[in-house]
Design a protein around this ligand. Structure first.
Ligand SMILES: *Cc1c(COP(=O)(O)O)cnc(C)c1O
Length: 379
């Protein structure tokens, strides 16, 4: 059986978790949380990075930091995970969905301006597959209309756009360390903060609305409730699992990119012959091989291909059910303009097995099975 995903594991995680236990510090913000945050700050150039319990929670923190309220409108693609929208719906906002680009499956930046009203507060670009959105255009629009940018960079750790780390370009960036992502702590994430002036408020929100972070640093002599907040800091045990992966981030990244390139090379003849479509990477983007997808010709063809691969013991999956056509999406959002690509691509997209340590042999098995499904012979 070739699994779709295997959680990342470098082999040193136990050692670090044991150290966390011996430190007698297993709640949040101990040695390993700080090591992970510093590593991420160094890598991304963000003014501050705070580890969180998930990317969903990082997005919720961003919504609180942006002071999103009832009736505010938030612009994002419909082709994304539910958390992108939930974070803002929880604050009473209305979601305005915009179509995606057929090449990167990211929000079509040329359609954003049309979706802006006097209630719009923020744009949430989602860097699908770890491939950057057209951020220069998005930043210009945000400046022109005084909007916040929250990057959903759940899939974008170690990716960049014009040399800048994804997640570090907007006001806030949100990373995921879920077990399906490139680097993992089981469940977890991080919020990247670009502007220093938001750091204190972010620390308060993350620590149940208290000034505990300042208290620990000796900057105040009382630990007390000062603002709205929740519990968004992860356990040290989880941070200790993540840290050795960050230390080996380059190795993990190169391994994934190697797999990605093998898929691409082996499937290119099939794509050139017009049977499927392959992903495209804009020249200004460096990606992280978060996922490898192909586009089939139709929903029924995809259904048959999934079944065919399953019979060859290959697990493949698809996503996303477009948010605007989901029950909650209909209640909490609206689609601006025409849905030219969101639904049609979501029906044709298929994700192939991709994880750290996936063998070349397995990749060859997958690509050969796909070619035999199409009765395609390489010459
Ligand atoms: C995985 C993912 C999330 C959610 O991440 P969690 O850490 O599981 O909360 C949000 N947005 C996108 C685009 C994702 O891929």
């Amino acid at each position: 059986m070739i699994s779709f995903n295997v959680p990342p594991y470098i082999g040193e995680e136990e050692k670090y978790i044991e150290k966390a236990i011996q430190n007698h510090k297993i709640s949040g913000d101990g040695e390993f949380t700080h090591l992970c945050s510093s590593w991420l700050e160094e890598k991304t150039g963000a003014k501050k990075v705070l580890l969180t319990t998930s990317c969903s929670d990082a997005l919720e923190m961003a919504a609180l930091l942006c002071d999103i309220r009832e009736g505010d409108e938030i612009i994002m693609p419909s082709f994304t995970f539910v958390s992108t929208a939930n974070a803002f719906v929880l604050r009473g906002a209305k979601i305005v969905f915009v179509d995606i680009r057929p090449d990167t499956l990211n929000i079509d930046e040329s359609l954003i301006e049309d979706a802006i009203t006097n209630r719009t507060k923020a744009i949430v670009p989602v860097h699908y597959a770890g491939i950057g959105c057209e951020m220069n255009t998005i930043v210009k629009i945000a400046e022109k209309y005084h909007l916040m940018i929250i990057e959903d960079a759940a899939q974008g750790v170690m990716s960049s756009y014009e040399g800048k780390a994804l997640g570090s370009i907007g006001d806030f960036g949100c990373y995921s360390f879920h077990e399906t992502k490139n680097y993992s702590m089981g469940e977890g994430g991080a919020i990247l903060i670009r502007d220093e002036s938001f750091i204190e408020k972010a620390e308060i929100i993350r620590e149940k609305g208290t000034n505990r972070s300042k208290f620990w640093r000796g900057q105040v002599d009382k630990y007390t409730w000062v603002d709205k907040g929740s519990s968004f800091l992860p356990s040290e045990l989880n941070a200790a699992y993540l840290y050795p992966q960050l230390l080996n981030a380059e190795k993990i990244n190169q391994n994934r990119l190697g797999s990605w390139n093998e898929y691409y090379e082996q499937l290119k003849p099939l794509a050139d012959a017009g049977f499927i479509e392959l992903p495209s990477i804009p020249p200004e983007c460096v990606h992280n091989a978060h996922l490898f997808y192909i586009k089939t010709n139709s929903l029924s063809e995809r259904t048959k291909l999934i079944q065919y691969l399953k019979e060859s013991n290959i697990e493949t999956v698809f996503h996303y059910i477009p948010l605007h056509s989901s029950p909650a999406g209909k209640r909490f959002g609206r689609f601006q303009g025409e849905d030219r690509f969101t639904t049609s691509i979501s029906e044709r997209l298929l994700r192939l097995p991709m994880y750290y340590g996936l063998s070349s042999e397995d990749i060859a098995t997958v690509t050969q099975s796909i070619m035999s499904f199409y009765r395609f012979k390489r010459n």
